[in-house]
Design a protein around this ligand. Structure first.
Ligand code: ADP
Ligand code: ZN
Ligand code: ZN
Length: 736
């Protein structure tokens, strides 16, 4: 069968609703088939590690513009691809018959080609995170683009018309007066360029600063677009509402994985066409095509959710900074507790040190909110053994219930108890597939592994010795909720009704819409005591909470992960930020906001800094430690990970890989540590090992990784690599 050119760029496919044959192109006219005169390099999604190289070459009848979306044959399928480079002429090139390039399929030319800036971003991310261009490019496009025919797409495009200049909405007309700190921050963002780190307490009015920056930009430049990112899907509705109230519904679109495919396509198209002036989204939004991009906001920039934890392990925050630089867009990173990387990068010049590249802007005061809560540390060493909630804390919560105020108790462990154990023979509820315990969930009487999902009914008696008295050890949110309900059973609310305890965690919010309704109940004052995991610590603007307690935060103080204290500090600061958010309410109640912390280490410097809400002191202490130990941000890291049925096989792969790296450029200033098991060594019957790679030079690390990649692919095919199920490189890993 002769291969034929399928469709040219010049004219779009004739519109027809005739028998749809999926994406298969229309038959070309019988007469004078155009010549396949052009070679096109196309990014397609190849299976991970297929080692096909970055781009695949096809032949086309026309020199399609880079950025054009096309369908191309791959194996026995037809897939979506992106024309990546300028076409090269095949005129005069004699190809071997079996080397002949396959022809490209239909071009989705109703769509403007993806811009050069976007392609640069994708290429950079692929290079930096050691993945293929095709993988990143295709993963960042809305899934529906892969499935629509050219005709369907053309129809979809017609539906959406561009919005005009953004009209000021009613709310914008009576704007609140900015505080001095907000005014100062805005003035500097206005006057300077580059990346800004906006360090503002919870409730200092950071979001208002973002809104004003966006408003100024859109008013000044009728083509400009802004990208605003938040760490979690849960936080998008809130933010979306605020932006829509300010700029109108038409101007704002959202992009996150909780949307349906048609919604995502519609948002993506609106961003790509420039119709959406403001794109709100989670980390995936950093890859949106936004041709008029002039401003990027990364809210809660320290949040670990910005780091993708599978596939291409990119940091959306870091890419946002890169993208801003590439496109000349200002970048605002906002947080009450910035990542130590960003904080360090925004240090002022001092002595020989020229300072960091970011502009640091500080807004320490809370607006419209009360003072930051007073922090009370409860020394658990002084409590009777096995105390869950200290007497003083219980009393404080009880008083609040009686006054109709709300309390929030934070425990970062879901389920009823982390382990079920037999007191007679020492049996514990280990997962048979993982090196971890299965968690006891009392609600449905199951033992569930939080790593592999393995779930069983709780046994009636100890599976090892038959003892019927197997008991929960430790405490999760479910058990804490039960405990609180018992403790406060007799306490009445002001109207005489019974206390209401609620729990919000990954288990309570599984059903669609559950989180929204649970949050609404809290906002409506239907809940007196809210128990939850870090889900409740983030972002929510609760108005009636006057007490927040963290009941068991010590674990992170002595974790093997050097970032654990940083994460704990920001989580506790954020939790504290949930209390006393409404100064008027506090005044009316005659109440003060409090943050309680129960700890066995009340003298720990982390808690000392927290007591004063002194992020700077905490950061200084941590950065000193990191500098002394030559750890990030004073060094750059990557992890090489390998999974296998046996730990020894995984480790051997890593060690051989390390030996192979010896001769590579950059190897002399890149340290390769011995392979070790992950802290949870086995998950779903797979043994996991990793090797830390570290260098004071980011460039050297990058150089080494780039030349290592082909060796790793090759090693995988040797006898030593045969037993390896998968391997991956994690650049700038978050947890070690
Ligand atoms: P952050 O994002 O720093 O937590 P927000 O921007 O959400 O803070 O502001 C907290 C609250 O204060 C919001 O209810 C907001 O409407 C209000 N607010 C912000 N700026 C001002 C201001 N200049 N005057 C009065 N209220 C303000
Ligand atoms: Zn037993
Ligand atoms: Zn398991």
């Amino acid at each position: 069968m002769p291969t034929r050119p399928l469709i040219s760029t010049a004219s779009p496919a004739p519109e027809t609703d005739a028998p749809t044959t999926g994406n298969s192109p229309l038959p070309p006219p019988e007469s004078a088939p155009a010549e396949l005169a052009w070679r096109l390099d196309i990014a397609v999604q190849t299976p991970a590690h297929a080692a096909l190289g970055d781009l695949l070459s096809y032949a086309g009848t026309a020199p399609l513009v880079p950025g054009t979306l096309v369908r191309v044959p791959l194996g026995r399928r037809e897939v979506l691809g992106v024309v990546w480079n300028e076409a090269t002429s095949l005129a005069g090139v004699q190809a071997e018959p079996d080397m002949a390039l396959k022809p490209v399929g239909a071009a989705l030319d109703a769509l403007a080609p993806l811009g050069e800036a976007w392609r640069d971003l994708v290429a950079f991310a692929a290079r930096y995170y050691q993945r293929s261009i095709g993988e990143i490019a295709l993963a960042s496009l809305p899934p529906q683009l892969r499935d629509l025919t050219t005709t369907q797409l053309a129809r979809r495009l017609k539906r959406k018309t561009t919005t005009g200049p953004v009209a000021q909405t009613a709310e914008a007309a009576n704007l609140i007066a900015l505080s001095t700190e907000q005014t100062a921050a805005l003035a500097r963002i206005e006057a300077e360029s580059g990346t800004f780190l906006l360090v503002g307490s919870t409730g200092s009015g950071k979001t208002e600063v973002y809104l004003r920056c966006v408003a100024d930009l859109l008013a000044r430049d009728p083509e400009a677009q802004a990208l605003v990112m938040v760490p979690e899907i849960n936080l998008t509705p809130q933010l979306e509402a605020r932006f829509k109230a300010r700029f109108g519904d038409e101007a704002v679109v959202s992009l996150h994985s909780g949307m349906t495919h048609p919604q995502r396509l519609a948002s993506w198209l609106a961003a790509h066409s420039g119709a959406a002036r403001i794109v709100l989204g989670t980390r995936m939004a950093v890859f949106a095509s936004i041709p008029g991009l002039k401003l990027i906001v990364v809210d809660e920039e320290h949040d670990p959710s910005y780091k993708q934890q599978e596939g291409a392990r990119y940091s959306a925050r870091d890419l946002a900074v890169w993208r801003g630089q590439r496109e000349g867009a200002k970048v605002i990173l906002g947080s009450a507790t910035p990542s130590l990387e960003s904080w360090h990068q925004s240090r002022p010049a001092e002595g020989d040190d020229p300072g960091g590249r970011y502009v640091r802007l500080e807004m320490p005061s809370r607006i419209g909110a009360g003072e930051l809560p007073a922090v009370r540390l409860v020394d658990m060493n002084l409590q009777p053994p096995k105390t869950v909630l200290s007497g003083a804390l219980l009393e404080a919560i009880g008083q609040r219930i009686a006054r109709g105020e709300q309390s929030m108790i934070f425990l970062n462990r879901r389920g009823y108890a982390p382990v079920l154990a037999c007191g007679d023979c020492g049996w514990k509820s280990e997962c048979t597939h993982c090196s971890a315990y299965r968690v006891f969930h009392k609600i449905d009487r199951t033992l569930r592994c939080h790593h592999c999902g393995f779930t069983e009914r709780v046994p009636r008696a100890c599976p090892a010795c038959g003892n019927p008295d197997i008991a929960p050890v430790g405490r999760g949110t479910e058990r804490l909720e039960e405990h609180l309900a018992e403790l406060f059973a007799d306490v009445k609310r002001p109207d005489g009704s019974a206390v209401r305890i609620a729990r919000i965690d990954a288990d309570s919010t599984k059903k669609q819409g559950a989180l929204e309704s649970q949050l609404a109940a809290v906002h409506a004052g239907e809940v007196d005591v809210l128990v939850g995991t870090q889900m409740i610590a983030k972002g929510h603007d609760f108005r009636r909470i006057t007490l927040v307690a963290a009941v068991n935060p010590d674990g992170a103080l002595f974790s093997s992960d050097f970032r654990a204290p940083e994460r704990l500090f920001s989580l506790l600061m954020q939790s504290a930020g949930r209390a006393g958010r409404d100064a008027a309410y506090l005044a009316a109640q005659g109440a003060t906001a409090q943050m309680w912390i129960q700890t066995f280490h009340s003298q720990h410097p982390l808690f000392m800094a927290l007591r004063k809400h002194d992020y700077a002191a905490f950061a200084r202490q941590q950065l000193d430690e990191r500098q002394a130990a030559a750890m990030p941000p004073f060094a750059f890291q990557a992890l090489l990970r390998a999974d296998a049925r046996e730990q020894a096989v995984a480790q051997a792969f890593l060690n051989i890989a390390a030996d192979a790296a010896e001769a590579l450029p950059g190897a002399d200033i890149v340290t390769r540590y011995p392979a070790v098991p992950l802290s949870i060594q086995r998950v779903a019957d797979v043994e996991r090992a990793q090797m830390l790679i570290e260098s004071p030079s980011r460039a050297a690390l990058q150089r080494l990784l780039a030349s290592w990649q082909p060796l790793l692919h090759a090693l995988r095919r040797t006898p030593e690599g045969k037993g390896v199920i998968r391997w991956l490189v994690d650049v700038d890993p978050h947890s070690i």
